[in-house]
Design a binder for this molecule. Sequence first.
Ligand SMILES: [Zn+2]
Length: 235
Amino acid sequence: MENHWTILPPGNIGITTEPVTASDKTENVLRALIFSGQLGPGDKLPSERELAIQLSTSRPTLRTALRALEALGFIVVKIGSKGGFWISDAETIRKRWNDWMHANQHQIEEMLDFRRWVEVEIARRAAERRTPEDIAVLEACCEAPAPDRLSLVRWHMGVHDAIAEAAHNKYLEHAMATIRGQLFAPVDTRPFDQRTADVVAVHLPLIKAVCAGDQAEAAKVMTDLVEKAEAPFHA
Ligand SMILES: [Zn+2]
């Protein structure tokens, strides 16, 4: 998949009031891409030149960010014919994710609060305000994604985006987009087929409730979903 992915805005990993350097920002974006599954274990990163363009950053800034992620174990550098930057293996990513989550516990609690409040309200508002156009978009989401990781990640983000859009409140939509990179656990140990089936199965009732205009049901399904999503953070 090298060089063939395009970046969805991943949101930020970590909220800080401190000013951060350009390389910190790039590092956060890359980490968010890993955490959101857009960059998976064992993926090769695009060339430095292409990556700098995609991330709208300079190559020296990118290099600093890559070195920092390498030092933290998120990526590995290979030399020779298969040279370049690669995402670490699944087990390493899972460990690094765990470390990161534990080091940022206060942020996680706040993020989970945010999800309980904002996402549930988004689902309720979407059920109330969805237009025929929103329903058409949501119904298109009922089709299961292609059987590969990136398609699943995009399908999943697409469902949440479509629901956020159907709420017709730009602030709510924006609020969701900013934490997107923290919404997903990066490594799932279930076999891929099973994972796809599970992810689709838990989101279909949400789509149906929103399309049906059932506010209480939409809020309830989203509450369940957020609670399920919390499990890995408390592990
Ligand atoms: Zn979801």
